[in-house]
Write a protein that binds this ligand. Sequence first.
Ligand code: ADP
Length: 248
Amino acid sequence: IQHPQSILYLDGVSVSFDGFKAINNLSLILEPGEMRAIIGPNGAGKTTMMDIITGKTRPDTGEVFFDGEHDLTRLDETDIANLGIGRKFQKPTVFETHTVEDNIALSLKGRRGIFAALFDQRSRSETERIEEILATVRLEQRRNDKAAALSHGQKQWLEIGMLLAQNPKLLLIDEPVAGMTDAETAQTGDLLRQIARSHSVVVVEHDMHFVRELGVKVTCLHEGSVLSEGRFDHVSADPRVVEVYLGR
Ligand code: ADP
């Protein structure tokens, strides 16, 4: 066991694309149950960092450990997902022609295939889990509606519900509130705070008002490394952060 206290441990991580250092000596530690907001201008390395954690991109150097003991640099994407790291990309990818409830069931029974999810009798524990998730993402009233009928914000919540159905320990969420109304954005903040009571969460977000309202520790990336880290008020007032955002 290398780093028993942390759910996620990155140390000295670097990766280059054609000689360009997209990630440059990046270190980041997430404690179990912590929700962390990642900010930074375009090209800062946020997506590449998520790609490294999920095994999509292999770092050239550095350590990446999950849950104290799993060396993620030695595992492929499927193994990493099976360890309990779930990722949600910015654009919602739900099954539009299926109902909200079936979307959750599909994700819950994912490994047993689409026919099992849609036609097999659900066990009591599966039914209870689906109910719990529908309540968490506040889509109980829409359970029988096709996903295509949902608003953009509701599709994002449904996809977060599908992620929860996979029972991850760590959720990586990319720009959840992009394109949402103010009301949907506020509800998403409540949803993420609720999820963070029982999961570790990394959320990449550009909406600074949303990040402030989340009230969690913030890490600002720039040129592939950590530029500033701490409470939102500290990071947002950091002259180096102000400089990179203003482009001076
Ligand atoms: P962010 O998500 O913060 O906007 P990215 O991680 O997407 O930043 O990109 C970081 C830098 O790495 C950018 O300059 C980007 O052009 C570069 N980059 C990312 N992926 C690749 C790739 N596959 N090939 C070449 N360059 C890449």
